[in-house]
Design a protein around this ligand. Structure first.
Ligand code: TYM
Length: 336
């Protein structure tokens, strides 16, 4: 069996990019008979980017409800909160001790902060916490704890999965004594949606304020779509689908037949207003039922709590004995 694992950081409201890039492919993959899947709320990762407790708590609830509304079968998949698995921060420390500082110096998120500071003439590490710096080690612990083979993610996360490989390999080499403790994971990218564009054409991201919320009301969905930036071609003028992020968004949700038809219509001069209406219909059809389930779930936090605690118990059945083996391997063995 193949083990698949992925997580979402609980700092905001899920958007279409999270859905198309991570949640949808993960749920589809979890249904295969020869697959064991591990999906979780990366709520320790959230603390790195956010010091607003109310926001983190709300986001945990929203993201939990999202996975379930989108059809995750928690009898088959293991679904949990990172912060309910104390073995993960413990493994993070074991891995921190074998992670090269030079490796972490190259992590995108850290480098981006340093570059920005240098541009502004500030100390390179101004505002950089140890949490941000060690972010990839915590993520490596998430992945290696369950010996995941495949990690479905958007393109922005590939580097982190590669770092998890490096760190896992280093640990195997130092402490394995012929045994491969850790499986080396591979990132899995859905080519079509590896980077879903946002309203302005840049990557859809909370930090750019260009997102389309996954489960906003039909009205919010319509309003967001109305803000998609298009070129100035008039109604009747042929549009260029290959240079339109509205088309790219459509593509991430359409069947091949729907896509071919939309392309033909754009080439034939469909007005942008009409094109937006088509995108709205497509998304509303795909998301409408899940949206209702989502709103029902979010009203039942205690049920969500039960589901997540059951998931954590299932995950710890694997994590607890495995961590014990790892502790022994590094020299932390009982004297008895
Ligand atoms: P996060 O929370 O930023 O994003 C969650 C997932 O959504 C994908 N994604 C996108 N995909 C396509 N187009 C977009 N515009 C878009 N925006 C976001 C991300 O690539 C990601 O797959 N560090 C991770 C969370 C994490 C994790 C892990 C993932 C923690 N531990 C272990 C995998 C395995 C993160 O911050 O993702």
């Amino acid at each position: 069996t193949t083990r698949i694992l992925t997580g979402i950081t609980t700092t905001g409201t899920p958007h279409l990019g999270n859905y198309a890039g991570a949640i949808r492919p993960a749920i589809v993959a979890s249904r295969a008979s020869d697959v064991d899947s591990f999906y979780f709320l990366a709520d320790y990762h959230a603390l790195i980017k956010c010091d607003d407790p109310a926001r983190i708590q709300r986001s945990r609830l929203e993201i939990a409800a999202t996975w379930l509304a989108c059809g995750l079968d928690t009898d088959k998949a293991t679904f949990y909160r990172q912060s309910d698995i104390p073995e993960i921060p413990e493994l993070t420390w074991l891995l921190t001790c074998v992670s090269a500082k030079g490796l972490l110096n190259r992590a995108h998120a850290y480098k981006a902060s340093v570059d920005k500071n240098l541009e502004n003439g500030e100390d390179p590490d101004a505002g950089v916490t140890m949490g941000l710096y060690s972010y990839p080690v915590l993520m490596a612990a998430d992945i290696l704890m369950f010996n995941a083979h495949k990690v479905p993610v958007g393109r922005d996360q590939i580097q982190h999965v590669e770092m998890a490989r490096d760190i896992g390999q280093r640990f195997n080499h130092l402490f394995g004594a012929g045994r491969e403790f850790f499986t080396l994971p591979e990132a899995v990218i859905e080519e079509e949606v590896a980077t879903l564009p946002g309203l302005d054409g840049r990557k859809m991201s909370k930090s750019y304020d260009n997102t389309i919320p996954l489960f906003g009301s039909a009205k919010q969905l319509k309003d967001a779509i109305a803000r998609i930036v298009t070129d100035s071609r008039a109604p009747g003028e042929p549009k260029d689908p290959d240079n339109s992020h509205l088309f790219t968004l459509y593509q991430a949700f359409a069947t091949p037949a729907q896509l071919a038809e939309f392309r033909a219509e754009l080439l034939a001069g469909l007005a942008w207003g009409e094109a937006k209406q088509r995108l709205f219909q497509l998304l509303d059809n795909e998301l409408g039922e899940a949206r209702e389930r989502y709103h029902a779930l979010i009203e039942r936090p205690t049920d969500l709590e039960d589901i997540l605690l059951a998931g954590a118990a299932k995950a710890r059945k694997i994590a607890t004995p495995f961590l014990n083996e790892l502790r022994e391997a590094v020299g932390l063995r009982s004297f008895r």
